[in-house]
Design a protein. Structure first.
Length: 657
């Protein structure tokens, strides 16, 4: 196919808010879009895969202030800094063709032009906004949109707010947008259409507030200083400015617009399926062909969020389990359109069952047998036999079945089809029993056929797995001796493309089995550390409000005491027994539950402070006459204790007052 005849395919992910490091939930959509882009390239399409970051808004302004940096420095750090967004996509082997930052000059200038155009055509007008405002979501809501009086998106508190603002005539497009959603396949899955129509369109679309005066970190409205463009105009048009709309930086608009699909998370479907088409209608621009609203990865049924301490760090998981294992898990385990409950157990199970047991074993068993029985190179002789046909017919039709699922963004089903073939091939080994065939030289041709059928199954499956686990597929191809000419979409549909006299190269296990117990313990340890890091750095006991009069205070007899001996109390983890010189000439014994904090030897000779007129108490059968004073607090969730020590020049028995 020549370059100009190639089918074009333009796919986008949402652009991410760099208000915090990305977690595994963010990775989900980008990995899915990457699989889709790779699949389309494999099919021979001319692909444009766009992702990026959405860097303006009040939340960023506030976070930067709290961090003591400028908003630009703040976002630069999260986007381009170490282990930032760009690093993450590189690690995850994301093959985006372009990356847009909404702070890029060309985008900012284009947004100003777009805003002005809509103002000039009358679809943006100036008014005053009164409503319920949710600061974290930067959204105004009407009373009727609130859920139990709270923000319908994040469930947080809202407050009354009013400001002079520009509005977009969203209401004008309600009818056309409704038609688009109900009469075409613009929005999928279909369940999301009802949600949009019933919750937003039919109750009445109100005009949308599209500027702010309450913060400055945004694209300035160039004809009205003090106003900045509200993030959704700024954010949504990234899909077009990144192709050169209203700017000279790029020149791909006519080639790639309209987009074939926008992948978006379910909570931003509203913006993409109602507001976005309405804005495009306002400017008389072609609409994207499809918006696909995928589900969320949740944990224990709840949203992933830093404050819950359950953010799953893709860096940690990729390092522990491998990038491909993580990519595979995300798309194999959950149907793309619905929510999926993430758990580490599930991740490890998927790796061990599908990748280590099924795929990994098939590759290593097959290559090991070809090496053992044929010294690595298959002879040309063949002998067909029982079981061949059922394997070959299943695998021969695989590419089309995968394609049918990929076209519907059903990654889980596409992988299911591939793994049915992998499982079938493992069963074929048990059925044909190569080890038995190998015992008799007369079976050589039959044994070679069995080996070939296995290698050919692996070749076809690995080709179809390329969009999901590209690096591992390269390793598989190297092991089974498949050259670049037989790793193509066209050859994935034709049985028998692998050379009949192929040479294999058995290598290391591609997907080592994960020791679940060890891995879970390690993850739990990391989780605990993470929880601790979320706790306030320092906590002290609350101050008592009840006043104590001076005379009562003076009734406590505080004395300097010197440690003559100190030892742990038998059968107690906590107690230390102190023998103290209190200046009276008679040793004083005090028991104190501080063994967790001190070893007895380190306290010998120290001058401590004790209350000496407390009534004696018995602990573990021993008498304690008084109490040692200490300072206590909590640091990152851990209890800390320091005995009060005074200068050693202070004599035993000195009164503290
Ligand atoms: N900046 C907007 C998007 C503008 S697009 C013109 C935004 N950014 S975001 O960083 O908050 O979210 C980006 C995407 O990550 C959204 O599609 C959101 O649904 C997705 N996810 C965030 N947490 C997620 C999960 N736990 N699971 C799956 N996707 C999740 O929204």
């Amino acid at each position: 196919m020549c370059d100009t005849c190639k089918k074009k395919f333009y796919i986008t992910t949402p652009i991410y808010y760099p208000s915090a490091k990305l977690h595994i939930g963010h990775t989900y959509c980008t990995v899915a879009a990457d699989a889709m882009a790779r699949y389309k390239r494999l099919q021979g399409c001319d692909v444009m895969f766009l992702t990026g970051t959405d860097e303006h808004g009040q939340k960023i302004e506030e976070k930067a202030k709290a961090a003591g940096v400028t908003p630009q420095q703040f976002v630069d750090n999260i986007v381009t800094g170490e282990k930032g967004v760009l690093d993450l996509w590189k690690l995850m082997n994301i093959s985006n063709d372009r990356f847009i930052r909404t702070t890029d000059d060309y985008h900012v200038a284009a947004i100003q032009k777009i805003f002005r155009k809509m103002y000039e055509n009358g679809d943006i007008y100036k008014g005053s906004y009164k409503g319920k405002y949710c600061t974290p979501c930067e959204s105004f809501w009407t009373e009727s949109q609130l859920k139990d009086g709270k923000c319908p998106d994040c469930g947080g508190e809202v407050h009354d707010a009013q400001e002079e603002a520009y509005f977009f005539r969203l209401s004008k497009y309600a009818g056309r947008v409704r038609k688009l959603l109900t009469e075409t396949d613009f929005l999928e899955p279909k369940s999301r259409v009802n949600e949009m129509v019933n919750n937003f369109i039919d109750p009445g679309l109100e005009d949308l507030c599209v500027s702010r005066t309450s913060f400055t970190w945004g694209v300035p409205v160039d004809f009205d200083p003090g106003h900045v463009v509200y993030v959704w105009i700024d954010a949504l048009f990234n899909y077009m400015t990144a192709l050169g709309f209203e700017n000279d930086k790029y020149d791909d608009l006519s080639k790639f617009w309209p987009a074939d699909v926008h992948f978006v998370g379910k909570e931003i479907v509203r913006f993409h399926s109602i507001i976005w088409p309405a804005m495009l209608m306002s400017l008389d621009l072609p609409l994207p062909k499809k918006v696909y609203g995928h589900g969320w990865l949740v944990m224990d049924g709840g949203k992933m969020s830093k404050s819950k301490g359950n953010v799953v760090d893709p860096y940690v998981l990729a390092e522990m389990f491998g990038v491909d294992a993580l990519r595979f898990f995300l798309l194999r385990t959950f149907p793309f359109g619905s929510d999926g409950n993430f758990s580490n157990e599930l991740l490890i199970n998927t790796i061990n069952i599908d990748l280590a047991n099924d795929l990994g074993n098939l590759v290593s068993r097959t290559t090991a047998m070809v090496e053992k029985y044929f010294g690595g190179t298959l002879p040309a002789e063949r002998a067909a036999g029982e079981f061949d046909e059922s394997l070959i017919s299943l695998v021969s039709g695989l590419r089309d079945r995968v394609e049918a699922q990929m076209e519907k963004f059903q990654f889980q089903n596409a992988l299911e089809e591939i793994f049915k073939c992998i499982q079938r091939a493992n069963k074929y080994i048990d059925e044909t029993m190569p080890w038995a065939l190998a015992k008799d030289e007369a079976n050589k041709a039959r044994l070679a056929t069995v080996m070939y059928n296995l290698l050919e199954t692996i070749r076809i499956c690995a080709t179809l797995l390329l969009p999901f686990i590209p690096a591992s597929c390269e390793k598989i191809f190297a092991q089974i001796g498949a050259g670049a000419d037989v790793q193509t979409w066209d050859t994935a549909n034709v049985w028998g493309k692998l050379s009949q006299t192929v040479t294999v190269h058995k290598g290391d296990a591609i997907f080592p089995r994960v020791d679940a117990e060890k891995a879970l313990a390690k993850l739990e340890e990391l989780h605990q550390e993470q929880l601790k890091s979320l706790l306030p750095a320092l906590e002290v006991e609350p101050y008592l409000t009840e006043k104590v009069d001076f005379d009562t205070f003076c009734k406590s007899d505080l004395r300097a005491v010197k440690v003559k001996a100190c030892e742990p109390v038998k059968k107690s983890d906590k107690l230390l027994k102190f023998t103290l010189d209190d200046g009276t000439g008679t040793d004083r014994q005090i028991l104190s539950g501080i063994h967790k904090f001190y070893e007895p030897d380190e306290l010998l000779g120290k001058t401590l402070v004790a209350i000496v007129n407390l009534p004696p108490r018995k602990m573990m059968g021993l008498e304690s006459c008084g109490m040692l004073l200490s300072a206590v607090h909590t640091e990152k969730g851990e209890e800390k204790l320091h005995l009060v020590m005074v200068d050693d020049s202070i004599p035993a028995g000195a009164k503290l007052c």
